[in-house]
Design a protein around this ligand. Sequence first.
Ligand code: NDP
Length: 284
Amino acid sequence: MAKILDGKAVAERLRGQLATRIAALDFRPGLVVLRVGEDPASGVYVRNKDKAATAAGFASRTRHLPESTTEAELLAEIAALNADPAVDGILVQLPLPAHIRAEAAIAAVDPAKDVDGFHPINAGRLASGLPGLVPCTPRGAMHLLAEAGASLRGARAVVVGRSQIVGRPMAQLLLAADCTVTIAHSRTRDLPEECRRADILIAAVGRPEMIRGDWVREGAIVIDVGINRLPDGRLVGDVAYAEALPRAAAITPVPGGVGPMTIACLLENTLEAALARRGRRVGV
Ligand code: NDP
């Protein structure tokens, strides 16, 4: 039976460690979350980020702009935050209203303050094996692999999904950790067989329970990034959890696996950005 990777507990521990490190600093790292419009799910996310950041000792605030904000106005807002020395991290909450191009907003953030790790400069640094700010969800998944005691060097890792925010950066992090990495996607031929080869299987698809138990190799470590709401209101991952549980060596539940790690890693990125901007050593 698999070890269940308790993301809630790991995230809590990480937030505690960050709070201790921040308490020892002579300044408070600053985080600003920019929200535009009224996407209801964003409201919850933004509040949770703000709450967690404040509790860990960050100077955190949310800047909520009206739905009618133009792209030019948002870019001006981002430019002002880029220039503000008290701001170490800027997060543009997605989705943005349809009349604003997300890629324009992401590219406007100073890469040194891009705590979401979505800026093309940071994506390029990651793909080049250079240090930079790394997207929070894949970073959280790497923490959970460490928690599982996974030995990554030489392991076969299969990442299902190739999005900019999860699949691709996830694959880059695993490659940097010396895994042999396969990236699968909607055009992959024989996905079950690709998955069965995985010592480490990462699901980042967005399709409820698509990955069946018999796609999971005996003894594999399974990280389920997917968060899918069923018509009956239940949340499930991309992996058929009950089927995978007896086969995997370790597995993340949904909810309570990767999800809670994302905010903790946002805070970790913000602290790192704050230290790097001041020329201080970044120790994780
Ligand atoms: P995207 O929709 O951007 O990407 C999904 C990926 O899955 C695409 O690369 C797509 O392939 C691939 N895919 C879709 N259908 C199939 C299929 N039938 N077989 C194989 N591959 C397929 O999603 P995200 O990366 O943004 O998110 C993935 C999941 O992770 C979602 O459930 C999301 O809610 C969750 N998530 C969770 C977070 C957390 O905090 N835990 C944070 C972010 C996301 P193709 O490129 O060919 O279209």
